[in-house]
Ligand binder design. Structure first.
Ligand code: R5P
Length: 295
């Protein structure tokens, strides 16, 4: 059985359809005082339940809903809960950058385990300093990538010819590599080069952008600042056309308009964060891995 929390109802619906599995239902509403109410409407005793719940835009709400849902499923006798958290919030706060800061990534992971999650899947989780999800979770954990799906979409629908794939920082190399493999082209990442004490140049590490079509790839677009700066540099170096693909299009405030105004032809995202550019669904990726866990 597949159950989606309220952040991922459509995604859960598609996954259940693709695998001909029962789509479970939970009634979720608020009491007048603002507290959440959740009721599982299916018989789940001895069932293996797959929970899908992203944590975008109102992460605290969706996290708490997740905790209520999984705790209830286990309490009602579910045999196993396998969770897919397509966008995993709080992963960027994986370190105490200033003394006294909360290690939010660790706290959220502990809560997810505490309610009885048996196995967890994330998609392109922000892992910059924490290199593997098993460094954070004690339960079996897997971090999948949506980059091959995004790159396939770009190949079929995009307007680029033989694009150079660019990651806007060294952490994005993993995604640039994956996308370029799917597209059969070359990739590079940006690096900072210090020219003088007060002068830093940001440019692709080895590739020449002049005259090339470019696909910039990243895990998250939040304010759009990273993409806008990368596009500005690439265009100033003579890049022809730029498209952008990202897994989690958070698109805070007017990020999309600002990216388009910076000269980007097309911005493509997935439905880990449903929104105006969620052209690519991660449902097939989730379905493929559910098949593996139950086979
Ligand atoms: C940073 O390390 C991430 O991979 C993204 O590049 C970043 O979160 C994007 O944020 P923004 O859109 O606000 O620049």
């Amino acid at each position: 059985m597949v159950i989606g929390g309220s952040s991922s109802e459509n995604l859960a619906n598609s996954v259940a359809n693709q695998l001909s599995l029962t789509l479970g239902k939970a009634e979720i509403k608020r009491f007048p005082d603002g507290e959440k109410y959740l009721r599982v409407l299916n018989e789940v005793k001895d069932e293996h339940v797959v929970v899908i719940q992203s944590m975008h835009h109102t992460p605290d709400d969706f996290l708490f809903e997740y905790l209520l849902l999984v705790d209830t499923l286990k309490d009602l006798g579910a045999k196993k809960v396998t969770s897919f958290i397509p966008y995993f919030a709080y992963a960027r706060q994986d370190e105490r950058f200033k003394p006294g800061e909360a290690l939010s990534f660790k706290t959220v992971s502990k809560l997810i385990e505490a309610v009885g999650t048996d196995e967890i899947y994330t998609i392109d989780m922000h892992q910059h300093r924490v290199l593997s999800s098993s460094d954070v979770f004690r339960i079996p954990s897997h971090n999948l990538s949506a980059m091959p799906l995004l790159a396939n979409y770009v190949r079929k629908e995009g307007k680029l010819r033989d694009p150079l794939v660019i990651g806007p920082d060294s952490e994005a190399e993993q995604w640039a590599k994956l996308a370029s493999e799917t597209l059969g082209t070359d990739y590079d990442v940006f690096e900072k080069k210090r020219l003088a004490a007060d002068k830093v140049e940001v440019r692709p590490r080895r590739a020449n952008a002049k005259g090339r079509d470019i696909l910039i790839v990243d895990d998250i677009i939040s304010t759009g600042g990273t993409i806008i700066e990368a596009s500005r540099i690439l265009l100033s170096q003579g890049a022809k056309h730029i498209e952008v693909a990202c897994t989690h299009p958070i698109l805070a405030t007017d990020a999309l308009n600002r990216i388009r105004a910076a000269g980007v032809l097309n911005v493509i995202g997935t439905d880990t964060v449903p929104g105006p550019i969620s052209y690519v669904s991660v449902a097939p990726l989730i379905a493929e891995h559910i098949k593996k866990t139950v086979s």
